[in-house]
Design a protein around this ligand. Structure first.
Ligand code: MRU
Length: 367
């Protein structure tokens, strides 16, 4: 997608040199600075994933695949490969894409002779990235039909609420929840996005707002608590969110606060407003082995500092962190929640839009 009118992806390799490396956009610096960082080792990639320089379910899958390729620079025997895979899988537990990508790399590499593994790892990681781009474009194509249909009925701006960042920054390119929105905007459909700020790390305010702005899509940032009010007032036409893990039964695990938006969307009907709630989900995000998201999905608990400290730009222009808590305050920081399938209108996948109860109709091409 575009950064100052130049096309970028979130991650790209440079494997044709004596010392191959990967480059990433450092998302911890956005929106105040656009910085590209060179990643030269497995260890550095793990830090990038843990500190959320790269984040978003599909992107951490792609990053982990390149983490395996970087690990192969040091040793390509089975034990090293398996140990590297275990370290990567442990780096962030909730998004299943990470585990999916690492297991796919393992399956692909373990059957090859050790001397072929290094090159094969770079090729397979690149393939995972290319596939992610195609999946997201297909999600965009299916999702835009929903927006177009609503637009032809209402014949006015379609207001879409989104939570966290499930845009191109969360993937290799195009995004999941934002892919239909970009497709609608590109097709000349009048869309406007309500962007939840998404505490504690503010991925909505910092990342979604930034990338929508770069692409020229009209948006308004709102506090996390405003969504229910807007839906009650009929100011939201649909909700589209991404997902970190979806069960075979259609429970959607996504950034903390998503569940509350789904509850509000369902309750808006009591005030005469139909607000469909969609999750945009590439099939590697579906964990086919799970049937109950609330009891079976591990929710990542992140550091208290994410609640205590806020990043921003001071009036002086300097970027700084400030502490907003009283000394000694106790903090809990669950990073994700699960929206049960009963609150989900549809799941927008690369193969079409499915009711949560019909997910089993999806062809399992990415398992
Ligand atoms: O903690 P993050 O920023 O990695 O969480 C990201 C989200 O929750 C996204 O909504 C989700 O990964 C879908 S991304 C296409």
């Amino acid at each position: 997608m575009l950064v100052d009118n130049q096309h970028f992806r979130t991650i790209w390799p440079n494997s044709n040199t004596e010392f191959p490396y990967v480059e990433i956009i450092d998302q911890t610096k956005l929106p105040h600075a656009f910085k590209v960082e060179k990643i030269t080792s497995l260890e550095q990639m793990i830090v990038a994933i843990k500190t959320m320089q790269v984040r978003g379910a599909p992107l951490i899958g792609a990053a982990a695949a390149y983490g395996i390729a970087l690990a192969m620079l040091k040793a390509s025997n089975d034990a090293h490969l398996k140990a590297s895979a275990a370290q990567l899988i442990a780096s962030r537990p909730t998004a299943v894409n990470l585990k999916w990508a690492v297991e796919r790399m393992l399956r692909h590499l373990l059957v090859l002779p050790a001397q072929e593994r290094l090159q094969a790892a770079w090729v397979e990681a690149a393939l995972i990235c290319e596939e992610d781009v195609l999946l997201n474009q297909a999600i965009g194509a299916h999702g835009v039909a929903l927006i177009d249909h609503m637009h032809s009925e209402k014949i006015r701006t379609i207001n879409i609420l989104t939570h966290c960042n499930a845009g191109w920054l969360a993937t290799v390119d195009f995004g999941t929840a934002l892919a239909p929105i970009y497709a609608a905007h590109n097709a000349g459909i009048d869309v406007h996005v309500w962007v939840d700020e998404t505490r504690p790390r503010n991925q909505g305010a910092s990342l979604t707002a930034w990338e929508l702005g770069q692409h020229g899509v009209p948006y308004t940032v709102i506090s996390d608590n405003a969504g229910g009010h807007l839906m009650q007032q009929g100011l939201v036409d649909m909700v589209i969110v991404g997902a970190d893990r979806v069960t075979a039964t259609g429970d959607v695990c996504n950034k903390i606060g998503t569940y509350l938006k789904a509850l509000a969307a369902a309750d808006a009907a009591a005030y005469g407003h139909q607000v469909p709630f969609y999750a945009a989900v590439p099939s590697p995000t579906i964990d086919w082995g799970l049937s109950d998201g609330i009891s079976q999905i591990e929710i990542e608990e992140r550091h208290a500092d994410e609640i205590a400290w806020m990043n921003g730009r001071l009036a002086s222009g300097e970027v700084a962190s400030v502490n907003i808590l009283p000394a000694g305050a106790r903090v809990a920081n669950p990073a994700f929640d699960v929206t049960p399938a009963r609150l989900v209108t549809g799941i927008i996948t690369e193969q079409g839009v499915f009711a949560p109860s019909q997910l089993d109709q999806l062809q399992r091409t990415h398992v």
